[in-house]
Design a protein around this ligand. Structure first.
Ligand SMILES: N[C@@H](CCC(=O)N[C@@H](CS)C(=O)NCC(=O)O)C(=O)O
Length: 288
């Protein structure tokens, strides 16, 4: 290995610029950096997000609920541009002290309820609408287990593999080997599960699938981290491929994955914000 040796000092200190391409946005402290309120629309649910794999979990869930006939699940999706620091405004921090998208304000009851962490948003909505979450027994336990598996594994794929393979200003062989191995292991876990069951929880499509699709789907379709699909030989995971293609035909998934996107494709093929079902009609034909 040719990586330069680094001896950590006794106490680490932060200097602006030592965070790679995220240097401008990441800091070692929490809390608001700017006083600014969030906009509020007319619907019961206010989503503040961006169309990343974590953000897509929430938009796919809303579109799946609407597709299933839950008209009370109407939502406003506002764009939080994490590259410009929108996650550090006082309004956003008030609903997510962790300053990460997605974050939700549920205004459907007598007092607004904040929900942050994509897994918590999925659970909150699933319980509220009695949808995409088996009510009891083995199927519920499987659903919750795979949901937590996904939430625990995403940082290894994104913060580990994606960061060191694609974003890091220096390519560190040790780090890439470590996280490529872990990402392939996670694909192997998913592939074995989807070889024995149609969906993660069993026969039923659930929030465990919605959570996993943003990540596994983006990598398997070659949409994340440059040449990662080839580098990780993701075509080997045929059961994951079968599942990604099946989910990719669902209207709720197709609509959800274009909402809150700010880039990555021709203009007019995605919706940075969504305030009504009619907004999809403004897209170029074939966008969803
Ligand atoms: N565990 C969180 C992770 C959310 C997350 O990492 N969001 C990223 C975008 S995918 C973000 O907001 N990053 C902004 C930052 O780190 O400043 C969840 O699943 O909601």
């Amino acid at each position: 290995m040719s990586d330069a040796a680094y001896t950590p000092p006794a106490v680490w200190t932060w200097e602006p610029g030592n965070g790679g391409p995220f240097a401008a946005i990441n800091r070692p402290t929490a809390g608001a950096q700017v006083e600014k309120e969030l906009p509020v629309g007319k619907h019961p649910f206010q989503l503040y997000s961006l169309g990343t794999p974590n953000g897509q979990k929430a938009t796919i869930m809303f579109e799946e609920l609407l597709e299933a006939g839950h008209s009370d699940a109407e939502y406003d999706a506002w764009l939080i541009n994490i590259g410009q620091g929108d996650q550090f405004t006082s309004g956003f921090v008030a609903i997510n002290p962790n300053s990460k998208i997605p974050a939700l304000l549920d205004r459907s009851g007598p007092e607004p309820i904040r929900v942050f962490e994509s897994g918590a948003i999925l659970l909150h909505l699933a319980e509220k609408f009695g949808a995409f979450l088996p009510s009891e027994g083995k199927a519920r336990a499987e659903c919750l287990s795979w949901l937590m598996w996904q939430m625990g594994s995403a940082p290894f794929i994104g913060g580990g593999f994606g960061h060191f393979y694609h974003y890091a200003p220096v390519k560190i062989e040790y780090a890439i080997n470590r996280y490529a191995m872990e990402t392939k292991r996670l694909f192997s876990v998913a592939d074995q599960r989807l070889g024995e069951a149609r969906y993660f929880a069993g026969d039923e499509y659930t929030i465990a699938d919605i959570a996993a699709y943003g990540w596994l789907g983006a990598l398997w379709r070659g949409l994340a981290y440059g040449e990662a699909k080839t580098f990780l030989a993701l075509h080997e995971y045929e059961n994951v491929g079968r599942w990604v293609e099946e989910l990719g035909k669902r209207p709720g998934v197709r609509r959800g994955r274009v909402v809150n996107r700010a880039m990555g494709g021709e203009e007019g093929t995605f919706l940075p914000e969504r305030h009504s079902a009619e907004d999809f009609n403004t897209l170029k034909p074939g966008s969803i």
